[in-house]
Design a protein around this ligand. Structure first.
Ligand code: RIB
Length: 318
């Protein structure tokens, strides 16, 4: 349901910012072992902030709500959002540190393993959400994840629902959840691991994903989109079940942040009025480009780059 007070193209995202410290190496070290890495990079990260950057570069009018420490990492966050045209609703918590993530990237495959410490954003509460109720009410789409405390995510979904704003819930990282969160989700975007954790079923292929999605539909979710990494993504609802193969846009350099790119792009496309399947294609193309570049937020493409990939596909189908 859209209302007159909702601004077309506006997406409100609740989540965390952390600074990503990314190490590339041939393999992960064992406990007690030191190995030499091949590269290191520091840059903006955090699933919510990555989604905000992805949505903003994809053309959305983005408002981002979080908490930061009063420190150098917090300054990187503010500079990042300013450069991307993102409206910040970040509260500064005196005495707390902005969080950080340790990201290991496999030199050969580009696959990753992450440890994230949410820092100041880990103290977010439902009250933070109440303070931005007017922003949420003005949006077409509201997005959240699970790196900040669950009560904040849940209140965000409730407030969005109250104002008829479309809700997109990215249940990452996988955590046990009470069933009352699912009916608040117009869309849920788990990857295979998260879909398996939420349903207790193995999710290794499209058929598994469809079975897991059926369980989530029964719990009250409107539409389930299971992202299946290099295979693609499955959109499953009571009305339709559509699989979109992953876009191959070049050599895979780093997969960290690709799921955030998908969710941010999907939200941006929904907010400008695209239907769910076309928004899923847009999110998939965004993710397909992002994995060919290093970094999480820095790897997100612009709307023009995404449209070029989609345009080439449309041309090839003629
Ligand atoms: O999804 C990737 C993100 O997860 C990284 O940017 C890291 O900060 C963690 O939050």
């Amino acid at each position: 349901m859209t209302t007159q007070s909702q601004v077309q193209g506006r997406v409100v995202i609740l989540g965390i910012y952390v600074t990503d410290l990314t190490f590339r190496a041939a393999r992960m070290p064992l406990i007690g072992e030191t190995i030499a890495g091949s590269a290191f990079a520091m840059g903006p990260g955090g699933k919510g902030s990555n989604q905000a950057v992805a949505a903003a570069r994809a053309g959305a009018d983005v408002v981002f709500c979080t908490r930061l420490g009063n420190d150098a990492f917090g300054e990187i966050a503010q500079a990042t959002w300013k450069a991307e045209g993102i409206t910040s609703r970040a509260k500064i918590v005196e005495g707390a540190s902005t969080g950080a993530a340790h990201i290991f990237v496999d030199d050969t495959t580009g696959m990753n393993a992450i440890i994230v410490a949410s820092g100041a954003a880990g103290t977010m509460s439902a009250a933070d959400v109440d303070e931005i109720e007017a922003d949420i009410a003005s949006a077409r789409v509201f997005v959240t994840q699970l790196e900040q405390p669950i009560p904040a995510a849940k209140r965000g979904l409730e407030v969005a629902r109250k104002h008829g704003v479309t809700t997109v819930f990215n249940p990452a990282p996988a955590l046990p959840l009470d069933d009352d969160i699912f009916p608040l989700c117009d869309y849920i975007t788990p990857n295979e691991t998260e879909a398996a954790a939420l349903t207790g079923m193995p999710v290794n292929d499209i058929d598994d994903a469809r079975r897991a999605a059926d369980v989530l539909l029964k719990k009250g979710v409107g539409t389930v989109i299971v992202t299946l990494g290099e295979a693609g993504a499955l959109l499953h609802s009571a009305q339709q079940s559509v699989f979109v193969a992953a876009y191959r846009c070049g050599r895979v350099v780093e997969t960290a942040g690709a799921g955030d790119g998908f969710t941010g792009g999907f939200a941006a496309a929904l907010a400008r009025g695209e239907d769910a399947v076309s928004a899923m294609r847009f999110g998939s193309a965004l993710a397909g480009i992002s994995v060919t570049r290093p970094g999480t937020a820095p790897s997100m493409p612009t709307r023009r780059e995404i449209d070029e990939v989609l345009g080439r596909e449309a041309e090839a189908a003629r």
